[in-house]
Design a binder for this molecule. Structure first.
Ligand SMILES: NC(=O)C1=CN([C@@H]2O[C@H](COP(=O)(O)OP(=O)(O)OC[C@H]3O[C@@H](n4cnc5c(N)ncnc54)[C@H](OP(=O)(O)O)[C@@H]3O)[C@@H](O)[C@H]2O)C=CC1
Ligand SMILES: CC(=O)[C@@H](O)[C@H](O)COP(=O)(O)O
Ligand SMILES: [Mn+2]
Length: 382
């Protein structure tokens, strides 16, 4: 039996994690989880999975939840509540599926407790990859990727020598606006941006996918996960999202990971690794039905956010923190109707241009840069 805590239980990855747990009750048990403010789904999960405690975003939500639930569990709130869940002594695995760099400190707390981390929350590695990976190494903690591309690469590297890899190739669907020119992007709506062609995901990552920042964040995530130089990471446009990513080796061989666009597969793999289990209700790929796969060169003039991410990653220090914080603040403003789609990338560019990089930043410095960058972007948008 594996005992699991979940951050971000009511979200896209969170609810699919519960589907995985539900389908294998003999393998997994939930001990605690957190969510933000979705009391309806949160309450259902509490009654079904009967955790010892949960955490929500605010005191008000905690009070409301306590009045609603029948199962007698403790209800924490705020960032301290996230820490309670992350360091739950009864769980050995933390699924981190909260959205944004708020996931960083709980990840470090779980590492300090020696838990295995199933990491969906890519912002954590983007904003402080050097601290997270170093802490995991020192505590001999495994961080297993949930993000589909990184899970794919992890599987492509199974049994291989990493020194024999010549490059990794991340695939990108192109997002909701892949067939629009930059001219066409003037005036696109939030509703249009949220219409991803292949995946059903939370709103922030769906916008990131449309700006190509999702792939940019994933490049930095891959750099930290696999300790790979940026020159050895390539991105190709692959509309079908059938190949989730690939690794090329010294002899020119390429190993690819293929599958249906179903996040339950990488979530479950992170929980069962190195074993595999049946994914209940999971569809199988029918290669004959698919027939043909397509690959296109990535155009960074069309998708400048990808170039900003490579630049931030190569610059290092606090620049990826700025990229991430500016992006989180700008996407939030776009989702609230305060700025246009094309202004997202302008906010990120402005934040990066004014930033003086701190090399090898401490956690406090990262925290401060994250805070001031969000503030800068918010003041740009008032
Ligand atoms: N969705 C996907 O397929 C994939 C997602 N990822 C990554 O996984 C992470 C989660 O993505 P996704 O599931 O799509 O996101 P969602 O927006 O669907 O879910 C986010 C979760 O975090 C909770 N949350 C948000 N803000 C707070 C807060 N301040 N305090 C406590 N909880 C909070 C939400 O609670 P509530 O809704 O109750 O307010 C919800 O449970 C992201 O980092 C994303 O990039 C990576 C690969 C694929
Ligand atoms: C499912 C997943 O891992 C997402 O990060 C997905 O990759 C988004 O797709 P694109 O960013 O390629 O549009
Ligand atoms: Mn991904």
């Amino acid at each position: 039996m594996k005992y699991i805590s979940v951050l971000g239980a009511t979200g896209s990855i969170g609810t699919q994690t519960f589907e995985v747990v539900r389908s294998h009750p003999e393998e997994f048990r939930i001990t605690s989880f957190s969510f933000g403010s979705n009391i309806r789904i949160g309450k259902e999960l509490i009654e079904e999975f009967q955790p010892k405690f949960v955490s929500v975003a605010t005191k008000e939500t905690a009070e409301e939840l306590k009045r609603t639930i029948q199962h007698p569990c403790l209800v924490y709130y705020g960032e301290e509540g996230l820490l309670e869940v992350a360091s739950d002594p009864d769980s050995t695995i933390l699924v981190n599926a909260v959205m944004g760099s708020i996931g960083l400190i709980p990840t470090l707390a779980a590492i300090d407790e020696g838990k295995t981390i199933a990491l969906a929350n890519k912002e954590t590695l983007v904003t402080a990859g050097h601290i997270v990976m170093d802490r995991a190494r020192r505590n001999q903690v495994d961080i297993l990727p949930v993000d589909s591309e990184h899970s794919a690469i992890y599987q492509c590297l199974n049994g291989e020598k990493k020194e024999e890899m010549s490059k990794m190739i991340l695939t990108a669907s192109g997002g909701s606006f892949r067939d629009k020119s930059r001219q066409d992007l003037q005036g696109v709506t939030v509703k249009e941006a949220l219409n991803h062609p292949n995946w059903s995901m939370g709103s922030k990552i769906t916008i990131d996918s449309a700006t190509m920042m999702n792939k940019g964040l994933e490049v930095i995530e891959a750099h930290w996960f696999f300790d790979t130089p940026y020159d050895d990471i390539e991105v190709v446009l692959h509309r079908e999202s059938v190949i989730h990513s690939m690794v090329e080796f010294l002899d020119g061989s390429i190993i690819a990971h293929l599958g249906t666009p179903d996040m339950k597969v990488p979530i479950q793999y992170a929980l069962t690794h190195p074993e595999r289990l049946d994914v209940q209700g999971g569809k199988r790929l029918n290669l004959v039905d698919i027939g043909t796969l397509h690959f296109e060169k990535m155009d960074t003039k069309r998708f400048p956010c990808l170039a900003y991410a490579f630049e931030a990653g190569r610059t290092g220090g606090t620049m990826p923190t700025v990229l991430n914080a500016a992006n989180e603040a700008a996407v939030d403003a776009f989702l609230k109707g305060m700025i246009s789609f094309l202004e997202i990338e302008k906010c990120i560019e402005s934040a990066m241009n004014r930033h003086e990089v701190i090399r090898k930043p401490s956690l406090d410095e990262i925290y401060e840069v994250d805070r001031t960058t969000r503030h800068f972007v918010q003041t740009l948008n008032v």
